[in-house]
Design a protein around this ligand. Structure first.
Ligand code: GUN
Length: 300
């Protein structure tokens, strides 16, 4: 058996660097559009309430817009806002000509019906890709959604830009959320992978994961996927961002993925780190969707 020092280690997929390349591409396209049409893409970023994690995601998204020249429209609503008020705001944003994308940060407070809100966003401005019509088109063969959800699209882009073939491969998606697990499994299908979904009721998940060439981990459970569950040479995309206590840090915590990185990076062929893997790609794909939405209206 190979000693630890002889063990081959995985290629680390640098999501931060790949996302930066995409952001540079977007910035130059925005600048060309601005010269050609005298207009820039606009994104409305709506946040309801004071969740710390949502606030931090939203501020990252707004900052990223500014960096590439996309105009962000900030809508900050109190936790107690009524469902009808929020719907009225969404309708205003739907009607506003200089807004090409609308993002309502999730989760919403309990008294607001998320499904209802997402269904009110104009499908042409649904840069999160969560409108049931966009998800429905994603689920059907031969139909093209106007927008793909950002994190799933980012996962596929990481595989593509790392030269990993999906066609014909065995892929497993761990987790079945509306935001990541479900749409990423549909995207992998569209890429002609053979897709299995593992979730909290799956019997013997380890063996299913161990047979898979591509693993997308989106369960929200810190380090639940062990190195021994990974097929040697597999590509591992870790969507998890779980805070675990770490008294050595100033903040008192650190972020870890759903995969035990230390173990899995000795077995996998490719692996994304947390942080610095999928996270930056989500933001880059949001910018890309907004740019694409704006281009469609400018070119009309
Ligand atoms: N909450 C967690 N991820 C996302 C996302 O991609 N979009 C929105 N709107 N909310 C989220």
């Amino acid at each position: 058996m190979a000693s630890e020092s002889e063990q081959k280690s995985a290629t680390i997929i640098d999501g931060k660097a790949i996302a930066q390349t995409i952001r540079n591409e977007i910035a130059s396209e925005v600048s060309i559009l601005s010269q050609k049409y005298g207009k820039v893409p606009g994104l409305a970023v709506v946040i309801v309430g004071n969740r710390k994690d949502s606030q931090s995601y939203v501020s990252m998204k707004r900052k990223a817009c500014a960096e590439v020249g996309i105009k962000s429209f900030d809508v900050d609503l109190p936790e107690q806002v009524s469902e009808s008020e929020l719907i009225a705001r969404v309708h205003e944003l739907n009607a506003q000509q200089d807004i090409h994308g609308i993002l309502v940060q999730l989760p919403l407070p309990k008294h607001i019906n998320e499904e209802k809100i997402l269904g009110e966003i104009s499908i042409e401005k649904d840069v999160d890709g969560f409108h049931p019509l966009n998800i429905g088109k994603l689920a059907m063969k031969g139909r093209n959604p106007l927008f793909l959800p950002c994190t799933p699209k980012g996962c596929i882009e990481l595989l593509r830009r790392s030269g990993i073939t999906m066609k014909g491969k065995k892929a497993v998606v761990v987790g079945r959320s509306n935001i990541v697990g479900l749409p990423v499994s549909l995207l992998l299908l569209k890429e002609d992978a053979t897709v299995t979904m593992v979730h909290s009721h799956t019997i013997d998940p380890e063996n299913i994961i161990r047979e898979s060439d591509i693993v997308i981990a989106a369960a929200g459970q810190a380090a639940m996927i062990k190195g021994s569950w990974i097929k040697p040479g597999a590509a591992v995309i870790d969507v998890g961002t779980n805070a675990v206590d770490d008294p050595t840090r100033k903040t008192g915590y650190r972020l870890v993925g759903d995969v035990d990185f230390k173990e899995a990076s000795k077995v996998a062929g490719f692996i994304t780190p947390v942080p610095g893997g999928v996270g930056p790609m989500t933001v880059a794909m949001l910018l890309k969707n907004t740019l694409d939405g704006a281009k469609k209206t400018f070119e009309q």
